[in-house]
Design a binder for this molecule. Structure first.
Ligand SMILES: *Cc1c(COP(=O)(O)O)cnc(C)c1O
Length: 470
């Protein structure tokens, strides 16, 4: 399988290089040259497979020519052995026709474990084979950091640096990162906000000479491996619910960088009978404005109780646009369109492309008050305490199921985090206090290690050089 850039001015890469490369040199994102297709009969055959077996069957086409079947199966098995629920991604019924897909049974209690456990094992394999050492540098607003550390800490050939905004992540989130005391893991608390952390990482990517020849690898969702791993649970949920040619399912996805819901879109393209993909946003609603009014314009950032969805611009949205423009045979326009967007902060999408997108996607924006009300309501009705990101999805589901877009099909809302990660969001709500699961119950007793650093590129480079293994 070859991978091509959404802006078509960068070389096509094979699987290994795409995982190590991150952003394409033309500023685009890498996508597979084509998608495997599964018909009704083939999908029905998947029904008896375990999560890990299903993972192998639906993703093996993406690694053809790069990893042999035996090795690939081992990488997959290793990636899901640290999940605390045997079903890996269990479904829970909330109401008639409405289900939660619980994606928080991984080691750091957020859905990012699905992709980052896999990416860590994949990197370990690729680097050992190539006898190459890399430096992973990532910025986090909370969830990505711990998932990346837990995913990559056993990777012998990688030094990992995670930048988080000092005093601006929740205590659970910070401790999940800083209590990992490992030789190749360094937590850096930056005196600045998340945007500052991200800007530092971007600048270091642009000029990696300070790493003395080592490659810097991205673990955010521009990395194709993350999207690829997330494809699997859409298939898994649909199979459990008996999806078929005359039994469609809709998915509701709490969205920030558009990585998760883009994986759902690929699954629809691969042949699964998906009615609608519902994009649920918080007050940072660029995607909702786009789907409803063709308004994709950058606005100022809002603080919310669902911090992992606080984004101004969704990086993976470009991958969707590429697919849609390609369908219209006008993908050559995308490079200019995106460069123009980066300059003026507003996207000039063709009316036809927008119309096609709005037939597949619906979108709802849910503010903090509605999110809290939904947490309370679901607690009263089902004794289930939702985390604020999941509550945004469930609130959007209710709006969707009451709208004319809904055709009576089963609806699956993605539960992207465990409530014990976000106890602050329950302040003043009369619900029971969330408990960390047993394997994290001593989190507040664990020793922490991190270094506070200035929001300064040159100092950051020195600190990283200092901690890097030769
Ligand atoms: C990262 C994250 C999201 C947003 O996922 P995207 O792939 O960026 O859309 C939603 N919920 C939680 C809990 C997250 O950690």
């Amino acid at each position: 399988m070859k991978y091509i850039s959404t802006r078509q001015a960068a070389p096509a890469l094979n699987f290994e290089d795409v995982i190590l490369q991150g952003l394409a040199v033309d500023g685009g994102l890498y996508v597979p040259e084509f998608l495997p297709q599964f018909d009704e009969k083939k999908i029905a055959q998947f029904r008896k497979l375990s999560y890990q077996e299903l993972f192998f069957e639906v993703t093996k086409h993406f690694v053809v020519g790069a990893i042999d079947d035996d090795t690939y199966r081992k990488i997959i098995d290793k990636s899901y052995k640290n999940f605390s629920h045997q079903a890996i991604a269990p479904l829970k019924q909330l109401s008639h026709n409405h289900f939660l897909l619980e994606l928080f049974h991984g080691p750091t209690l957020a859905f990012k474990d699905f992709a980052l456990q896999f990416l860590g094992n994949l990197l370990d394999h690729i680097l050992a084979k190539r006898n190459e050492k890399i430096v992973i540098i990532g910025a986090t607003s909370g969830d990505t950091g711990s998932a990346a550390i837990y995913g990559c800490m056993n990777c012998e050939n990688a030094d990992i640096f995670i930048l988080h905004p000092h005093n601006r992540v929740s205590e659970v989130q910070r401790r999940q990162m800083t209590s990992v005391i490992a030789d190749n893991v360094t937590n850096l608390a930056v005196e600045g906000n998340f945007d500052d952390c991200q800007a530092l990482v971007k600048q270091m990517f642009a000029d990696q000479s300070f790493l003395n020849g080592k490659r810097m690898v991205a673990v955010n969702s521009i990395n194709w491996a993350r999207i690829m791993a997330q494809i699997v649970y859409y298939f898994y949920a649909a199979l459990q619910l008996g999806s078929s040619i005359d039994r469609a399912i809709s998915f509701v996805v709490p969205t920030g960088n558009f990585g998760n819901v883009y994986a759902g879109f690929l699954v629809k393209r691969m042949g699964l009978n998906i009615a609608k993909l519902v994009v649920a946003t918080n007050a940072n609603d660029i995607l909702t404005r786009f789907v409803n009014n063709n308004d994709y314009s950058r606005q100022s950032l809002h603080d919310t109780i669902s911090p992992s969805m606080n984004i101004q611009v969704s990086s993976n949205f470009e991958r969707l646009l590429f697919d849609m423009y390609k369908n219209n045979k006008s993908e050559s326009k995308l490079g200019n369109l995106m460069r123009e967007f980066e300059k003026v902060g507003k996207l000039d999408t063709s009316a036809e492309v927008w119309k096609n997108i709005s037939q597949i996607f619906c979108s709802y924006s849910v503010d903090d008050l509605a999110t809290k009300n939904k947490i309370l309501q679901v607690y009263k009705n089902c004794q289930e305490v939702l985390d604020p990101h999941t509550a945004v999805a469930v609130a959007a589901s209710d709006l969707f199921m009451a709208s004319e877009n809904y055709g009576g099909e089963m609806v699956v809302s993605l539960a992207t985090a465990h409530i014990a990660k976000f106890p602050e969001s329950l302040e003043n709500l009369p619900v029971s206090k969330p408990q960390l699961p047993p394997f994290l119950s001593d989190l507040f007793l664990r020793k922490e290690k991190y270094q506070v650093v200035k929001n300064d590129l040159e100092q950051m480079k020195k600190v990283i050089q200092n901690f890097c293994h030769p």
